[in-house]
Design a protein. Structure first.
Length: 1046
C-alpha cells in the first residue's frame, strides 16, 4: 500500500489540531457558544445604509428677512468667513447666499474633535455677532452628521384641510406621534405654510393718523405681553408679581390701542384689518399636480434604518386609521435601497455557499467530506456577527460588501484541510490517524495563506481620510471572518473529519503525474527565461487594458427614482414657478412605469430639503426639485427615461432644467473660484462653451450668478439728517411694511399651547405699487412723519440672485450630466480643454465634492495595496525564515491583474470602489495559491529531495487543492458577478474582478511560480556562500513527529 508523501510543517511544534481531535468536547462547546453568541448578536445589529462616519463639518446659518444676496454677502457672509478662517485646521469654507439666507459650511481636517471645533465656531460667532446687522435672526451653529440626513420623505394630502391646517397637523400631530417611536430624532416639514395672525395695515389711514409700520409693530410688542413684575409680601406671605397684558383672542387683539402722540390713540382695527391666516407662500409641494405638504424623517445616530422605517410605517398606518381623509404617499426612502442590499446579500451568501459546496462535491465525490467542508462557512460567518456587535458595527453597505466578499474564502482553509485528510483516507489510512497527520502536515500552509488575506485587508481599516472612516468596518469585518475560518480549519474541520469520515473500502494507488499540465510545467522549467518573458508580456499587455476602462467613484445602479433640478429666472414668483413645475411634471406623468411625480419649489435640497414656509425670508423660489418615482418592475432604466424626456425638458420656457444623480447632485461639476467676479464669469461661460464639445456629457451650463431685480432705496444724506431720519429707521420701515419684522421681534398671540406670530404688512396690491412704496411714512426726530421719497431716492437696479463662495472667494460651478460616462473620464476630458490650461489671472480651478473624494479614495487604496504587499512579504519572511522564498510568492500578484482587467472590460464595468476592493482580495488569493506550492516544495527540499523533483512533487500534490479553492471562491462570487438581484450592482465590479483575476492567476501561477521558485532558489544557492549566515541554510532540523506538529 502506498501512502501520500509526508507533508512537513516548518512552523514548529504546535499541537492545536491534534489537541482538538483528542479533546472534542471543549471544541464543540466553544463553537456552540460562538454560534449562539453570533446568532443573538445578529438579531441586535442595526441595519443601516452607511457605517458611522463623522464628517468634520460645521454649518452656520444666518437669516435676514428680505435681504438681497449682495447685501448679505457683504454684511454677513464675509464677516462670518473672516471670523472662522482663523480657527486651526480649517480645510475648506463653503458659503451659499440666497434671498434672506446665508449658509456657511466649515470643513475641518480629519481627526479633529468635531464637538470641540463646533464650540470654537460658536464662540467665534458670539464674538462676531456685534458687527452683524441687528435685524438678523440669531445665527445657528450645528454639526453636519451623515445620519442627520433624512431617510424617509412622505407627502400628505387632506382635501378637507387648508394648507395652514395641514401644515399644523404635520408639525403637531404627525411629529408628536412619530417622535415617540424609537430611533426617530426629528420630523421636518416640506412645503406648506405657518399659521399667522395677519395685520394688514392701510397706508392711507396710517398716513392720516401719522403712524408708521414700526410704531404699530412696537405697540403690539409692548402692550401684548405677559411680563414678570417682581416679588411682594402682602399679608405676611410672599407672592410673585406678574403683569398680564397679553391678549388671547382675535377680538381682543383688534381692540388694542396704539398711541399716536400728543395723548391721542387709535384702535388697531381703525388702521388695519386683523385676521387669522397663514404666512406668505415661499415654497410649495405638489404630488401628481395636486397640492400636498410633505415631511421628512431623520433618525438618531445609532439606530437601525430598517427598524425606524418599520416603526414609521406602523405609526402612519395608525394615523391614517385615526384620521379619515388624510392620505400618505411614500416619496423617498433610502431604507428601500438598504433593504434591497440586505436581501441581496442574504441570497448571495446562501447561493454562494451552495455553489461552493457543489464544487467541493464534484472534486471529492464524497458527501461526508462535502458536508464537513460546507459546514465551515456558516460556522465561520456566524461568530463574526458577535464581534461586529462588540465593535459597534452595523449591517451596512460596507460590512455587507465584506460578508459577500468572504463567502468563498471561508471555505478555502477547510478545503485545504479536508483535501489533505481525504487524500490519506483514500489511500488506506484510518480517518482518525489521517486527520491527525493530514491536519498537522498542512498547518503552516493554512496559517500562512490565512494571514496573507488578513494582512492585505488590515491596512484598509487604518486608511487615512474619509475613506479610512468609511472602510474601517469593512477591513475589520473581513479580517475577523477570515480569522474565524482559520480557527474552524484548525479545530473543527480536523475534528469532524476524524469522527465522521469513513475508511476507504478500496485504497486508491497514487496515479503517475503526467498529462498536459506536467508537459506544460516541464517545458516551462526547461525554458525558464521564455516562460518569464511570456508572463511579463501577459502582465504588461494587461496594462494596456487600463486606459480602456472607465473610472468612477461607485456604480450608480438603477434606483427607482430620478431627480430633476429646476432653476427659474430671477424674480420668479410662486405662481410662475408653479407653472414651470407643472410643465415638467406633465412630461413624466402618465408614462408607463412612472407611478408618481413629486414636485417641490422653494428649497435647493434634492431630497426634499428642510421644511419651508414661515415668515419673511422663506426659501428661494427660483429653485425646485422634481422627484420621478418609477415602478420597481419596469421595462426601462432611469437613464433611458432621461434620454426620452431630455428634449421635451429643454423646451420648457423660463427654466433651466438638469437631471441630478442618485445622490442629488449634478453628474459632473467643474468649479472655478476668484476674487474678480467679472473674470470669473467670463471664464465660466467660456468653459461652458468648450464643454459642449465633449460628447460624453450633456447640457453643460454655468451657474453664472443670475441677475435679479432689486428695488434700491438710497437715503439722501442732507435731507435725512435735517429731519433726523437714520438709515436704520428707513430700513425698518421698509422691512416691516413689506415682509414684516424678523421672527424674533414680532408679537405673538397665545392660543392654547401655541404662540402664533402676529405679522404686520401692507396689502399685496400696495406692495406691488411703486408709488405707494414711495409714500410709506417714516418717523422724524420731532415725532412727525414724512414720506419715504422725501428722504431717499427709490429706483430699480439689478443684483445677483444667488452667490456661491469657496474659501472666501466667489465660486462658479459648471454642471453637466454624464451620458453614461464615469466621473473620472469626464473630468479628464474637461481638464484637457484649452480654457482650463489658460485661465485668466486670479481664476483657479477647485477640486471638491465627489471628485475630491474619488481622488482621495484612489490614493488611499494605492497606499493600502502597497502596505498589503509589504505586510504579506513580512509575514512570509517570518513564517518561512527566508528573505528570498517569499519573493517567489509575490510574483503571482501581478499575474492576477490581466484577468481582472479583462473581466471588467467584458462586463463594461468601471475602476471604482468595489473593483479596487476586488484587487485587494486578489492579492491575498494569488499569494494564497502560491504559498501552497512554495511551502510544500521547501519542505520536500529540506528532506533532501532534489530541487526539480521537489517542485514537481509540490505541483502534483497541491494542484488539486489550489484548483478546488479557486473554483469554490469563483462559484461563491458568481451570484454577485451577475448582479441578478436589485441592490447587487455596487458589488458586481468586485466579484467580476476577483473571478477574472483568480482564473488567470491560478492558471499562470501553477506554471510560472515553479519557474520563479527555481530561479530564486538557484540565485539563493549562488549567493549563500557570499553572504554566509545572512541567508537561511537549506538544511532544517529533523522533522518533528506528526503528533508534535500544528
Amino acid at each position: 500500500m502506498t501512502h501520500a508523501p509526508q507533508d512537513h510543517d516548518a512552523g514548529g511544534n504546535f499541537q492545536i489540531s491534534s489537541w482538538a481531535i483528542r479533546n472534542p468536547v471543549p471544541v464543540v462547546v466553544l463553537f456552540i457558544a460562538l454560534i449562539l453568541a453570533g446568532l443573538i448578536s445578529y438579531g441586535g445589529l442595526p441595519v443601516k445604509q452607511f457605517p458611522n462616519v463623522q464628517f468634520p463639518m460645521v454649518n452656520i446659518t444666518v437669516t435676514q428677512s428680505g435681504a438681497a444676496p449682495g447685501e448679505i454677502e457683504t454684511q454677513i457672509t464675509r464677516p462670518v468667513e473672516d471670523a472662522i478662517a482663523g480657527i486651526s485646521n480649517v480645510k475648506n469654507i463653503y458659503s451659499t447666499v440666497t434671498l434672506g439666507v446665508s449658509t456657511t459650511n466649515v470643513e475641518f481636517e480629519l481627526g479633529e474633535d468635531l464637538q470641540k471645533k463646533t464650540d470654537e465656531v460658536r464662540s467665534r460667532m458670539d464674538q462676531t455677532r456685534a458687527i452683524l446687522p441687528r435685524e438678523i435672526d440669531e445665527p445657528t451653529v450645528t454639526r453636519v452628521e451623515l445620519d442627520s440626513q433624512p431617510i424617509l420623505t412622505y407627502a400628505v394630502a387632506a382635501p378637507a384641510m387648508s394648507d395652514s391646517e395641514l401644515s399644523w397637523f404635520i408639525d403637531d400631530t404627525i411629529a408628536r406621534e412619530l417622535q415617540t417611536e424609537k430611533g426617530v430624532s426629528q420630523i421636518s416639514r416640506v412645503g406648506g405654510v405657518n399659521r399667522e395672525i395677519n395685520v394688514i395695515i392701510d397706508p392711507d389711514r396710517m398716513a392720516a393718523r401719522g403712524l408708521t409700520a414700526p410704531q404699530v409693530n412696537n405697540a403690539l410688542r409692548g402692550f401684548n405681553i405677559d411680563a414678570p413684575g417682581g416679588r411682594v409680601a402682602v399679608g405676611g406671605r410672599e407672592q410673585t408679581l406678574r403683569v398680564l397684558g397679553a391678549v388671547n383672542t382675535l377680538n381682543a387683539l383688534r381692540e388694542l390701542t396704539i398711541p399716536t402722540g400728543g395723548g391721542r390713540y387709535v384702535k388697531l382695527t381703525e388702521v388695519a384689518e386683523v385676521g387669522d391666516g397663514a404666512s406668505e407662500v415661499r415654497g410649495f409641494a405638489r404630488l401628481n399636480g395636486a397640492p400636498v405638504v410633505g415631511f421628512q424623517v431623520m433618525k438618531t445616530r445609532d439606530s437601525s434604518d430598517v427598524g425606524v422605517d418599520d416603526a414609521v410605517i406602523k405609526a402612519i398606518a395608525k394615523l391614517e386609521k385615526d384620521h379619515k381623509g388624510v392620505t400618505f404617499t411614500r416619496i423617498f426612502s433610502s431604507v428601500d435601497e438598504t433593504r434591497a442590499s440586505f436581501r441581496a446579500t442574504q441570497h448571495v451568501l446562501l447561493e454562494g455557499m451552495l455553489l461552493a459546496a457543489i464544487v467541493v462535491f464534484v472534486f471529492l465525490r464524497d458527501w461526508r467530506s462535502t458536508m464537513i467542508t460546507a459546514f465551515a462557512m456558516p460556522v465561520s460567518l456566524i461568530p463574526t456577527f458577535f464581534f461586529m456587535n462588540l465593535f459597534g458595527f452595523s449591517l451596512n453597505v460596507v460590512t455587507l460588501l465584506a460578508l459577500t466578499l468572504v463567502v468563498g474564502i471561508l471555505v478555502d482553509d477547510a478545503i485545504v484541510e479536508i483535501e489533505n485528510i481525504e487524500k490519506r483516507v483514500a489511500q488506506g489510512m484510518r480517518p482518525f490517524q489521517a486527520a491527525l497527520q493530514g491536519a498537522d502536515a498542512i498547518g503552516l500552509a493554512v496559517v500562512a495563506t490565512t494571514m496573507a488575506i488578513v494582512v492585505v485587508f488590515m491596512p484598509v481599516s487604518f486608511m487615512k481620510g474619509m475613506a479610512g472612516q468609511f472602510f474601517r468596518e469593512f477591513g475589520l469585518t473581513v479580517c475577523v471572518a477570515v480569522l474565524f475560518s482559520l480557527v474552524v480549519a484548525r479545530l473543527l474541520t480536523p475534528l469532524m473529519a476524524a469522527y465522521l469520515l469513513k475508511p476507504a473500502s478500496h485504497p486508491v494507488e497514487r496515479k503517475p503525474f503526467k498529462g498536459f499540465y506536467r508537459n506544460a510545467l516541464e517545458w516551462s522549467l526547461d525554458h525558464r527565461i521564455m516562460a518569464c518573458i511570456l508572463g511579463g508580456v501577459m502582465f504588461f499587455g494587461s496594462l494596456f487594458l487600463v486606459p480602456m476602462l472607465p473610472r468612477g467613484f461607485q456604480p450608480a445602479g438603477d434606483p427607482d427614482y430620478i431627480y430633476v433640478d429646476l432653476q427659474g429666472p430671477p424674480g420668479a414668483t410662486a405662481e410662475s414657478m408653479e407653472d414651470v413645475a407643472q410643465s415638467v411634471s406633465r412630461i413624466f406623468e402618465g408614462r408607463p412605469g412612472v407611478r408618481a411625480v413629486f414636485a417641490q419649489v422653494g428649497s435647493t435640497a434634492a431630497r426634499g430639503g428642510p421644511g419651508f414656509g414661515g415668515g419673511g425670508g422663506g426659501g428661494d423660489l427660483r429653485n425646485g426639485t422634481i422627484t420621478v418615482l418609477m415602478d420597481e418592475h419596469r421595462s426601462f432604466t432611469g437613464d433611458e427615461l432621461k434620454a426620452q424626456t431630455r428634449q421635451a425638458l429643454r423646451e420648457v420656457p423660463d427654466a433651466r432644467i438638469t437631471f441630478l444623480n442618485f445622490q442629488g447632485s449634478a453628474g459632473l461639476q467643474a468649479i472655478l473660484a476668484s476674487n474678480d467676479p467679472a473674470a470669473l464669469t467670463a471664464a465660466s461661460l467660456e468653459l461652458e462653451k468648450q464643454m459642449r464639445t465633449i460628447d460624453i456629457i450633456a447640457d453643460p451650463h454655468a451657474s453664472a450668478p443670475p441677475v435679479g431685480p432689486e428695488l434700491i432705496v438710497r437715503p439722501r444724506g442732507a435731507e435725512a439728517a435735517r429731519l433726523g431720519v437714520s438709515v436704520d429707521t428707513i430700513a425698518q420701515v421698509a422691512r416691516v411694511a413689506t415682509v414684516g419684522d424678523i421672527d424674533a421681534n414680532v408679537a405673538k398671540l397665545t392660543v392654547g399651547e401655541r404662540r402664533i406670530p402676529i405679522r404686520i404688512r401692507m396689502p399685496a396690491d400696495a406692495r406691488a405699487d411703486l408709488e405707494r412704496i414711495k409714500a410709506l411714512r417714516v418717523p422724524t426726530a420731532t415725532g412727525a412723519t414724512t414720506t419715504l421719497d422725501a428722504v431717499a431716492d427709490v429706483s430699480f437696479q439689478a443684483g445677483p440672485a444667488k452667490i456661491e463662495r469657496l474659501n472666501r472667494k466667489r465660486q462658479l460651478t459648471i454642471q453637466a450630466e454624464l451620458n453614461g460616462a464615469e466621473l473620472g473620464d469626464a473630468y479628464k476630458r474637461v481638464q484637457a480643454l484649452p480654457i482650463m490650461k489658460n485661465l485668466p489671472a486670479g481664476v483657479t480651478p477647485a477640486e471638491t465634492g465627489q471628485l475630491e473624494a474619488q481622488q482621495e479614495l484612489f490614493g488611499s487604496f494605492g497606499l493600502a495595496l502597497f502596505a498589503g504587499v509589504a505586510m504579506i512579504y513580512g509575514v512570509l519572511v517570518l513564517l518561512f525564515r527566508s528573505f528570498f522564498k517569499p519573493a517567489v510568492i509575490l510574483t503571482a500578484l501581478p499575474l492576477s491583474f490581466a484577468g481582472a482587467f479583462l473581466g471588467l472590460l467584458i462586463f463594461n464595468l468601471s475602476l471604482s470602489i468595489p473593483s479596487l476592493i476586488g484587487f485587494l482580495m486578489l492579492m491575498g488569493l494569488a499569494a494564497k495559491n502560491s504559498i501552497l506550492l512554495v511551502e510544500y516544495a521547501i519542505e520536500r527540499e529540506r528532506e533532501g529531495i532534489p530541487q526539480r523533483d521537489a517542485i514537481l512533487e509540490a505541483c502534483r500534490e497541491r494542484a488539486r487543492p489550489i484548483v478546488m479553492t479557486t473554483m469554490a471562491m469563483a462559484a461563491g462570487m458568481l451570484p454577485t458577478a451577475f448582479a441578478l438581484e436589485k441592490g447587487a450592482e455596487f458589488r458586481q465590479p468586485m466579484a467580476v474582478a476577483v473571478i477574472g483575476g483568480l482564473i488567470t492567476s491560478t492558471l499562470l501561477s501553477l506554471v510560472l511560480v515553479p519557474v520563479v521558485y527555481e530561479l530564486v532558489d538557484d540565485f539563493e544557492m549562488w549567493l549563500r556562500p557570499r553572504l554566509g549566515k545572512l541567508i537561511t541554510p537549506r538544511e532544517a532540523p529533523a522533522a518533528a513527529a506528526p503528533e508534535d506538529r500544528l
